[in-house]
Design a protein around this ligand. Sequence first.
Ligand SMILES: Cc1cc2nc3c(=O)[nH]c(=O)nc-3n(C[C@H](O)[C@H](O)[C@H](O)COP(=O)(O)OP(=O)(O)OC[C@H]3O[C@@H](n4cnc5c(N)ncnc54)[C@H](O)[C@@H]3O)c2cc1C
Ligand SMILES: NC(=O)c1ccc[n+]([C@@H]2O[C@H](COP(=O)([O-])OP(=O)(O)OC[C@H]3O[C@@H](n4cnc5c(N)ncnc54)[C@H](OP(=O)(O)O)[C@@H]3O)[C@@H](O)[C@H]2O)c1
Length: 262
Amino acid sequence: MTPTHQYNASIVRREDLHAGLAMLWIAPDTGEFAPFLPGQFVAVGRIEATPAGERALVKRSYSIGSSANERASVQLFVVHVDDGEFTSWLFEQRVGARVWLAPKASGGFTLHGFERGKNLVLVSTGTGVAPYVSMYRTYRNDPPWERIVIINGVRFAADLGFREELESAAADDSHFVYLPTTTREASGSPWIGLRGRVNDVMEPQQFRTRAGFELVPSQCHVYICGNPAMIEDVEAMVVARGFKKHTPGHPGTLHMEKYWTD
Ligand SMILES: Cc1cc2nc3c(=O)[nH]c(=O)nc-3n(C[C@H](O)[C@H](O)[C@H](O)COP(=O)(O)OP(=O)(O)OC[C@H]3O[C@@H](n4cnc5c(N)ncnc54)[C@H](O)[C@@H]3O)c2cc1C
Ligand SMILES: NC(=O)c1ccc[n+]([C@@H]2O[C@H](COP(=O)([O-])OP(=O)(O)OC[C@H]3O[C@@H](n4cnc5c(N)ncnc54)[C@H](OP(=O)(O)O)[C@@H]3O)[C@@H](O)[C@H]2O)c1
């Protein structure tokens, strides 16, 4: 075995929402993860021995959900993709298990480029809510936003990560609106919240009623994260309303993070 890759971190806490969805806290052996910006992701990996006797690193990216002010570990929100190569292994790992953790976070899906004083509209499906939780946790005591809305579309209410924390924050913070919506809850189920895809919540009248402001680029920036088909649909919807994609060279009001490609 070549010494190229070494495990350098451990799972220090794990909370399962159900059999296919978990919160994981991963702590680097150094004691502190490198400074990062809320919205960024980190790679997590498993080291495999190849038939040639080398160490191969199988790694995947995960958005950081924890506050950028707490770096003893990073909190990740992970769904077990059916037959997924990496998540099938990761879901077998318990507290104490060794993993590889990238030494620093990456990505430009951050509030860099957000114009202070505007409203933030953070749209997600599934685990795509995690980067928004990091943003809210990090900045809530000195927010750059006027109002912040987190929309999270999931199949079932049991898939809603951070639900209690976000419900409680929304009850306490008049500048924060949390809009979870489910697509597959049976009609007689205990779920009494919104139903339908995130696109429905983005319809102008419904959005204005629930968020308290207009979905227009003069008032807000839109972030979209998660399922790529959802991102394409919501992107088309907001581009038609005048939002322009943000890139480092061309500041805009629309920011996107696709978790996979179709
Ligand atoms: C920037 C970035 C951030 C990410 N953050 C997260 C995160 O916070 N939480 C998380 O669970 N995943 C996240 N992902 C996805 C993650 O990197 C892996 O792709 C995922 O865990 C599947 O790995 P796998 O080896 O089990 O599946 P593979 O065997 O590699 O299969 C990949 C397939 O699984 C499906 N898939 C991948 N990710 C998801 C997902 N999240 N939800 C539904 N279907 C999916 C797609 O069909 C994809 O083609 C992120 C990806 C990127 C690029
Ligand atoms: N092991 C388990 O218990 C378990 C359970 C569920 C899922 N999984 C696995 O986890 C993976 C991810 O499932 P997930 O539910 O987290 O993610 P997902 O399949 O991306 O679904 C999350 C939400 O996105 C919605 N959506 C899909 N396409 C959309 C679009 N074009 N526009 C707007 N909304 C859209 C879905 O609505 P619709 O319902 O209308 O599609 C759903 O409400 C699955 O592929 C599966 O492999 C495992």
